[in-house]
Write a protein that binds this ligand. Structure first.
Ligand code: SAH
Ligand code: DHB
Ligand code: MG
Length: 222
């Protein structure tokens, strides 16, 4: 019952506020045809990320967890001329699908995909003196979220925003005896933000076509 209603309202929102988008339609179609899991952000969430990037005027974006490049393309669409996006993906098949989708969407020139474990790519970016990134979107393996947050902060400047997907997990985040091995990583997001004085953070619960979950957002303030 609840899920049907969330889906109906998401469809209403998307119908009213997201113009027909053949590029994004074909990106999702190609991802599905290649057998990728449908765990991309929802269309209205993708546009939400896009608007956050535009509001900020983000020129240098980092994404952790590419999948088929759906959220990547929403974020890349927010870049001004000369803007850059780096996205990190472990799975070679996902990366191959994503690169085709990113090229199809017209962003091959400004999006760089780094294949491999994100923790290694992050260490490499840091060692190469890359960054600071204006916006960092964390959406890969949930167990590693605390590690990704540490790198995200290192690769930030005052004014950077760090956005984290899947921080509610159907409410499992408050179930201290959850058997889901990913939940400690999710709770680690709150532990990290709670004790980091250089970041001001909040989180919101979301419902919609992707179920019940949430986003956290942290602003680097010092
Ligand atoms: N941001 C995407 C969805 C990402 S799904 C979107 O909304 O469109 C999570 C992705 O993280 C998957 O593609 C998965 O392969 C990748 N991933 C999982 N573990 C990873 C790791 N250790 N390093 C990098 N990517 C990883
Ligand atoms: C899963 C991962 C995601 O990033 C997401 O948004 C939804 C689900 C998952 O691994 O199940
Ligand atoms: Mg996610």
């Amino acid at each position: 019952m609840a899920q049907d209603q969330w889906t109906a309202v998401d469809n209403y929102i998307n119908d009213r506020l997201l113009p027909p988008d053949p590029v994004m339609d074909s990106v999702l179609q190609a991802s599905q045809a290649a057998g990728l899991e449908p765990i991309n952000v929802a269309p209205n969430q993708g546009k939400f990320l896009h608007l956050l990037a535009r509001i900020q005027g983000a020129r240098n974006i980092l994404e952790i967890g590419t999948l088929g490049g759906y959220s990547t393309i929403w974020l890349a669409r927010a870049l001004p001329p000369g803007g850059r996006l780096v996205t990190l993906e472990l799975n070679p098949k996902n990366a191959e699908v994503a690169l085709a989708n990113i090229a199809h969407a017209g962003f091959a020139h400004c999006v760089e995909l780094k294949l491999g474990p994100a923790a290694e790519s992050l260490a490499q970016l840091s060692a190469e003196g890359r960054g600071p990134f204006d916006l960092i979107f964390i959406d890969a393996d949930k167990q590693s979220y605390p590690v990704y947050l540490s790198w995200a902060l290192k690769l930030s400047r005052v004014g950077s925003q760090i956005i984290v997907d899947n921080v509610v997990r159907r409410g499992e985040v408050v179930n201290v005896s959850s058997t889901d091995p990913r939940i400690p990583g999710t709770r680690g997001v709150y532990d990290f933000f709670a004790k980091e004085p250089r970041i001001s953070a909040t989180a919101i619960q979301t419902v919609g076509i992707k179920g019940y979950d949430g986003f956290a957002i942290g602003l680097v303030i010092a």
